[in-house]
Write a protein that binds this ligand. Structure first.
Ligand SMILES: C[S@@+](CC[C@H](N)C(=O)[O-])C[C@H]1O[C@@H](n2cnc3c(N)ncnc32)[C@H](O)[C@@H]1O
Length: 209
């Protein structure tokens, strides 16, 4: 496993991000205890800022877990905004609803249980942001489904695009192959102008031109 950011630099950054929202701190403690792979505060804050910058009102997430990343999106949106969470596990989705209720922002989310790759077809219209954080081997198909559904001036965001450095493997496993293929698709797609930020496990951004 390759260290993407030097551990001490990472700690330095995290010290600046001390979270004041008690519910987010509770969600972080829950994720750490359950050893659940949530995006964490550095990526969470980035999602919040991008939501604000794009003035996003409609966001679709593929792979929402217990709602941590969605909570940051929801915090960045006005009251009329909506984040469509999709999650394969009923239990995770129920936990997300519970956290959103506790944070009194449940009206800013839909909690859809099932396959995010299919569920996107059930929500009409374009999105300001689509966030990919589902099974990594599905990133290429997720890109195919999501890319036409993002408005001009909107953004595709994908987590884990450096995959603990495994993207450098000469014999990559299926998950790594999914990330590598997705990255080639994103960067060669003329509809998008793209970047990878080496924050935590690598966040890819595709701005729809
Ligand atoms: C990395 S976790 C998501 C973490 C979440 N985005 C966060 O940072 O708080 C990935 C989640 O995606 C879900 N998942 C995987 N494939 C999926 C799919 N095709 N549709 C919906 N959910 C999926 C898994 O059940 C798991 O909870």
């Amino acid at each position: 496993m390759l260290e993407i950011i030097h551990a001490e630099i990472n700690q330095y950054i995290e010290r600046q991000y001390e979270e004041k929202d008690a519910l987010l701190r509770e969600m972080e403690a829950y994720g750490q205890k359950a050893r659940f792979p949530f995006v964490g505060p550095q990526v969470g804050k980035l999602l919040f800022l991008l939501t604000k910058l794009l003035k996003a009102k409609k966001i679709f997430e593929m792979g929402s877990g217990y709602g941590y990343s969605a909570y940051w999106f929801a915090k960045g949106m006005e009251d009329s905004g909506k984040v469509y969470q999709t999650e394969g596990s009923h239990e995770n989705s129920a936990k997300a609803r519970e956290f959103f209720k506790k944070g009194r922002i449940e009206t800013k989310s839909e909690f859809l249980v099932g396959d995010g790759l299919q569920l996107i077809d059930q929500v009409p219209g374009d999105f300001d942001i689509v966030f990919l954080d589902l099974d990594k081997e599905d990133y290429p198909i997720a890109f195919e489904k999501a890319s036409p559904r993002i408005r001009q001036g909107g953004m595709l965001i994908a987590d884990n695009t450096l995959w603990s450095g495994k993207v450098l493997d000469s014999h990559p496993d299926l998950e790594t192959q999914g990330i590598q293929k997705f990255t080639r698709m994103l960067f060669s797609d003329q509809r998008f102008s793209s970047a990878i930020l080496p924050i935590r496990d690598g966040v890819a951004l595709g701005y729809k031109l």
